[in-house]
Design a protein around this ligand. Structure first.
Ligand code: BGC
Ligand code: CA
Length: 344
């Protein structure tokens, strides 16, 4: 019974691929031409713009005589409504697979409905839909990273720094006075990063005193403003800045620069992402550490999955968690290994 089913499935597979590849033997003629539609939440986001570059590159690298891909990128500019329209246009233009970086990760239903009606699989990335929505259709996937791991790693980096450099505790009260710069409320990476960074520092025996926090929505200019306010309130009491991403850590640095604070009055700064500028700040010793958000690995996974979904080949070589999820590991970056990441 089981064998019969397998045979039937195999036959159906051969028939569906007729004209491109015949069963068992590759045909050199006729390439598969696919259109990949990429919809992002906001192209001004530094990490997203770097990730998009990698996605285009990785899809390009998968091209061969028998597989040609054209990538179209659309920018939702921070509006879910605009993104819904863009996805509809991408589908109308004949796209074969969608890669979607949702504006509102809690509101994917319209996009899922459109995709399902047109049988276009979706790979969500970076902004993770809630688990229930991922069950709306079997052709929904997610590529990203585990927020908790990035928080733990940031906490470990900060704990190591405190142990190696006692002068970080500038007022010598045995505690580290810190502030947090948080990403967008509701984003899977914001609160979880903060909680785990702080908890890890505590578990490692570092005494902490939270002075304040500011929400800066992943954005450098907003982080500069929030940081200026916090410096206004706490002057040079701030000994550590934990930022949910590099852009905001750099914004905090901008605030100190604007106020012309001398080096000895600066806190230590920690980010997450390892963006080009973030890595540059590590190299210049302006930022003490960051956690690498593996955009190359994520892009590779997205490209490989997209190709497998449209060609129907290679799915068995992809490892999923819970059948639909791919999480790439984070990595700690300091002055000791930053060169490795700059070369990427
Ligand atoms: C990154 C942020 C980015 C956000 C966008 C996060 O994973 O660390 O830099 O702004 O994703 O969704
Ligand atoms: Ca202190």
């Amino acid at each position: 019974m089981r064998n019969k089913k397998v045979l039937a499935a195999g036959l159906a597979f051969c028939i569906s691929l007729q004209g491109t590849v015949s069963c068992g033997q590759e045909e050199e003629t006729e390439a598969v031409r696919v259109q990949v539609g990429v919809a992002c939440y906001d192209q001004n986001d530094i990490f997203i713009s770097e990730l998009l570059e990698c996605i285009e590159e990785e899809i390009g690298l998968l091209e061969e005589d028998s597989f040609q891909a054209a990538v179209t990128v659309r920018d939702g500019g921070g509006s879910q409504k605009i993104q819904n329209d863009q996805v509809e246009e991408l589908i109308d233009a004949g796209c074969d697979v969608l890669c979607v970086n949702l504006v509102d990760r809690a509101d994917p239903s319209e996009i899922i409905d459109l995709a399902r009606e047109n049988e276009v699989p979706i790979i969500f990335f970076n902004r993770e839909p809630v688990a229930e929505d991922m069950l709306q259709w079997e052709k929904l996937y997610y590529v990203g990273a585990d927020a908790k791991q990035s928080g733990v790693m940031q906490g470990e980096l900060a704990a190591d720094a405190v142990k190696e450099n006692p002068q970080i505790d500038r007022n010598k009260d045995g505690k580290i006075q810190y502030v947090v710069l948080e990403g967008e409320p509701g984003h899977q990476d914001a609160i979880i990063r903060t909680e785990n960074a702080v908890e890890t520092l505590r578990n490692q025996g570092v005494e902490l005193e939270k002075l304040s926090y500011g929400i800066a929505n992943w954005n450098r200019a907003q982080a500069e403003n929030r940081m200026l306010q916090m410096i206004g309130q706490h002057q040079n009491q701030i000994e550590m800045v934990l930022a949910n991403n590099d852009a905001m850590a750099l914004g905090a640095l901008d605030a100190y620069k604007k106020l012309n604070r001398t080096e000895s009055a600066l806190p230590v700064f920690f980010g997450i992402d390892g963006t080009k500028e973030g890595l540059g700040a590590i190299q210049e010793k302006k930022m003490a550490g960051t956690v690498y958000n593996d955009k190359e690995g994520q892009a590779k996974a997205i490209a490989k999955l997209a190709k497998a979904l449209v060609t129907g080949r290679g799915m068995e070589n992809i490892e999923f968690e819970n059948e639909k999820y791919i999480y790439l590991p984070y990595a700690k970056v300091t002055i000791d290994n930053v060169e490795e990441y700059i070369e990427k």
